[in-house]
Design a protein around this ligand. Structure first.
Ligand code: CA
Length: 648
């Protein structure tokens, strides 16, 4: 990591325009403007982009057990401002080398003559991040934040693309929330999901003016994670976890020391979806919390569970999958639930040794539980306790395990955020990568925790196995994630199946894939995670098209850059990712009609010979060379449930 320059200076109203009670901070390019106010003694802020309102006057403030600091507040005249210019590397995220340039302003708010908190804003060209810093009051050196007034008031006519928060302690083995409910798109503002608000990130469309993504980052064991609560009139506010989560254990309200800080609330604004697809704000405003204990190896792998389910977690089938990963040139196999019972520790050691000879490392699944839900899958009772967990991790390190996949968290309370962090920190001590499943959205974790790989927090590939309805909606969902869930963090989807049917014989029973093979390949590019366990099966070596297998052998899982090309959430998506000097343009179409459009591909050169993977009307895929013209434009045709891939 290389820091070029961080400047902070005590400046009184420099670069800040003062009205009677309004102060402003602008992005480096001057287009994005945040106005902060204490009108009516209530802290508030608003956001405009190129003079168009994107957030109306929206509330700021907190209610703590030490007082109500959402009203009766005065903004101090003095504003500390500074500029940030930082370059950092992040191999596990959407962009490998990130240059963050932002202006910072610190607005202090007082009550009865005492400064209670600062609101720290950082504004880059398309992103706003802000957090509170609370100060000690006399001898009071800790407090409980009972409520945040923090809100987001959208202009009239804004529409929403939101994932409703589940009720707690329902669903499979009372494991919810798992932050993976179905999205509602193109909806009106002023609703509140299923009565419990919405799961981050939350996407809004400001009519023809553009798009707004609201999320949070920098959440660790020192606070809870939050959701977004909807209110009539189009105001959304920060909501803390539900009391019933984790079987009612743990508090809803986070406790902080004084001085102490909240996580960052983030708002990404764009006239198009490009700033949202390409945003790095979840990583820009956080810091690594420890150093990597080793050079972590990401990459591709296979896992038997997605096609073969629980019975496939046996020794012979895992040998089969290790051989399959080796044949694909993949780096790993994920051994899913019940391995302790159905394979046993001695045989796991043999598998690890066998894999090592083939260049294939193992990931092992664990139940996070614990005492907070009824998930029965084993091994359990190991990841929730530091003594047992570290002993287990030491054993894993001794037999060369690559990483762990830990499942069934089901809460955003501060106690659970502490568990996520403790698992990550301990795993780093033993050189293990961490994938979370049945879990919350990562919030800056790629940068905060160097051994963090990915999280589910999405209606992932398992649902394609579980129900035909999910298969029928596969394309719709695939056209949401690149614009919403995957914009702020690595997404462990576990997809790109080439089986026609989700069973080990690939025979006509169970759920049937309705998307094309090119679609499957395209999602390997559209869905970003530095570690991918694809839903491929050994039979695909012989029953899938050779061009499809060849592509899945070479597709990268780490990327240097991403560019939005075209699309609309839930309808279609086309974006490009770069690995080294090679660009991968990928697209899928969820609309009933064939998508016909002309795209501009400035990442290539005129005259370039490109490989085009595309589908015919019957969703039969093929690969053919095409020559890019001088205008660097291509006419594309993508049938419903089909895909496209373009590479040089
Ligand atoms: Ca799940």
């Amino acid at each position: 990591m290389r820091k070029i320059l961080i400047l902070m200076a005590m400046v009184v109203l420099t670069g800040i325009v003062a009205n009677a009670e309004n102060k402003q901070i602008a992005s480096p390019d001057g287009k994005l403007i945040v106005t902060v106010s204490d009108a009516d003694s209530k802290p508030s802020y608003s956001i405009s982009y190129e003079n168009v309102p994107f957030l109306k006057s929206s509330p700021l403030g907190v209610v703590a057990n030490t007082g109500d600091f959402s009203s009766g507040m005065l903004m101090e005249k003095e504003v500390k401002t500074g500029s940030i210019d930082e370059t950092y590397q992040l191999a596990s995220a959407k962009q490998s080398l990130i240059h963050y340039v932002a202006n910072e302003a610190v607005f202090s708010f007082s009550q009865q003559g005492k400064v209670i908190y600062d609101v720290i804003f950082r504004v880059s060209n398309n992103d706003v991040a802000f957090k509170y810093k609370m100060y000690p009051q006399g001898e009071t050196l800790s407090c409980v934040i009972e409520k945040e007034a923090t809100g987001f008031a959208f202009p009239d006519g804004t529409t929403t693309f939101l994932c409703p928060q589940s009720k707690p302690m329902v669903g499979f083995a009372r494991t919810t929330p798992s932050y993976e409910t179905p999205y509602t798109v193109d909806d009106t503002i002023g609703k509140n999901g299923w009565g419990e608000g919405y799961t981050f990130p939350c996407l809004f469309r400001n009519g023809d003016n553009g798009w707004i993504l609201v999320s949070e980052t920098g959440v660790n064991g020192r606070y809870c994670a939050s959701r977004l609560l909807g209110h009539e009139g189009g105001v959304y506010t920060i909501g803390f976890p539900q009391a019933g989560e984790a079987n009612g254990n743990g508090t809803v309200s986070p406790g902080i020391p004084l001085p102490g800080e909240t996580p960052w609330r983030t708002i990404t604004v764009g006239k198009t979806l490009a700033p949202i697809v390409e945003t790095t704000v979840p990583f820009d405003v956080v810091e690594p919390l420890y150093s990597a204990s080793e050079n972590y190896v990401y990459g591709k792998g296979s896992w038997s569970w997605i096609i073969g389910m629980d019975v496939s977690t046996n020794y012979n089938e895992q040998i089969h999958y290790i051989d399959f990963s080796a044949a694909m040139g993949y780096q790993s196999v994920l051994v899913d639930a019940w391995w302790d019972k159905q394979i046993g520790r001695d045989k796991i050691e043999e598998l690890a040794k066998y894999g090592k000879e083939k260049g294939v490392a193992l990931y092992l699944w664990y139940n996070s539980n614990g005492y907070w839900n009824d998930a029965m899958q084993t091994p359990k009772g190991m990841m929730d306790n530091a003594i047992v967990r570290r002993k287990e991790m030491k054993w894993m390190q001794s037999i060369g395990i690559r990483g762990i996949k830990v499942d069934f968290f089901g809460s955003d309370k501060q106690t659970m955020m502490q568990l996520y962090e403790d698992i990550l920190a301990d795993a780093n001590d033993y050189g293990l990568l961490v994938i979370f499943h049945g879990c919350t959205l990562p919030r800056g974790w790629e940068r905060m925790y160097p051994n963090y790989a990915a999280s589910e927090a999405v209606l992932a590939s398992e649902n394609l196995h579980f129900s035909q309805g999910s298969c029928d909606n596969e394309a719709f969902n695939a056209c949401l994630h690149p614009f919403i869930r995957n914009t702020v963090g690595s997404m462990d989807f576990g997809g790109s199946a080439l089986n026609k049917y989700y069973n080990a014989d690939n025979a006509p029973r169970g759920s049937r894939r309705v998307t094309s093979d090119v679609f499957a390949l395209a999602t390997a590019v559209l869905f970003q995670s530095p570690v991918q366990h694809f839903a491929l099966a050994p039979n695909n070596l012989t029953d899938a098209p050779s061009w499809a297998i060849d592509f899945m052998k070479q597709v990268p899982t780490t990327w240097d850059e991403v560019r939005f090309i075209d699309g609309y959430p839930g309808r279609y998506v086309i974006l490009a990712r770069r690995h080294g000097d090679k660009w991968y343009v990928a697209g899928v179409n969820a609309q009933k009609e064939t998508l016909e459009l002309t795209v501009s591909l400035p990442m290539f050169s005129g005259g370039d010979e490109l490989q085009l993977y595309s589908d015919d009307k019957a969703l039969q895929g093929s690969v053919k060379p095409i020559k890019l013209g001088k205008k660097k434009e291509l006419q594309l045709s993508i049938p419903s449930n089909g895909g496209i891939l373009i590479m040089r």
